[in-house]
Design a protein around this ligand. Structure first.
Ligand SMILES: *Cc1c(COP(=O)(O)O)cnc(C)c1O
Length: 221
């Protein structure tokens, strides 16, 4: 069933340069094993503790864990130990703490900067007007590698309404790419979820984060 859902999503993309992150939050380890068997090995989780516990049970599989949810500074140490990419850097304080924890374990931590393009109160992410400053700061921290940007669009009934949000994110991304120290590394634009990934990809996303579309409706969270 996961394999069928995956085939439908891949078909609808009509391109193979988009990384599909299987959002496995709330899903048990058995489902992750099924996802891996279907060809999914990049997983997105939004809670550090939950991901750490599941990863411990899945050490036999070559999985790549991405943190897509908000990160509290007291969870950074655990997060840096597990995640290959943190999508949700949205403050100087958080960036500095990730840099500090990465240094302790001798890691260069790949990160994206999350932007709250639509200015939703309920969402994390830095305001667009402050994005350039945070990009500069992250770029200057020696134990971080700035790999791109991430956004979550508002949940509109009609996914087409997300287009201006994704378009603005793309525009910010392109502008800042001209200013970063390593534009080759700064190449990921993480945007699009189950209901709006088609629009996101049309607007330039090359990482999409899909949960419901692969695994069905979550019962919790
Ligand atoms: C849960 C979540 C997703 C996946 O949402 P679906 O609608 O289930 O595809 C994507 N991105 C983030 C940040 C999430 O928290």
């Amino acid at each position: 069933m996961i394999a069928d859902n995956l085939a439908v999503i891949r078909d609808s993309l009509r391109r193979d340069d988009v990384v599909l992150i299987a959002v496995t939050k709330t899903q048990p380890v058995s489902v992750i094993r099924e996802a891996y068997a279907a060809g999914l090995s990049v997983l997105g989780e939004n809670r550090v503790q939950e991901a750490v516990e599941k990863a411990a049970d899945l050490e036999d599989l070559p999985l790549e864990w991405h943190l897509i949810g908000h990160l509290q500074t007291n969870k950074v140490k655990q997060a840096v130990a597990l995640f290959s990419l943190i999508h949700s850097v949205d403050s100087e304080r958080l960036a500095r703490e990730i840099d500090r924890c990465a240094k302790v374990i001798g890691k260069i931590q790949d990160v994206l900067i999350q932007v709250n393009v639509a200015g939703e109160e309920s969402k994390s992410g830095i305001e667009p007007a402050q994005a350039a400053e945070l990009v500069r700061l992250v770029d200057s921290l020696p134990n971080l590698r700035l790999c791109g940007m991430m956004t979550i669009a508002p949940l509109y009934e009609d996914a087409a309404q997300t287009r201006p949000v994704f378009r603005e994110m793309r525009s910010i991304f392109e502008q800042l790419r001209e200013k970063v120290a390593d534009p080759e590394a700064f190449r990921w634009l993480s945007m699009g979820m189950t209901h709006d990934y088609r629009v996101a990809v049309e607007e330039g996303a090359n990482m999409i984060r899909i949960g419901t579309g692969l695994f069905g409706v979550r019962t919790a969270r």
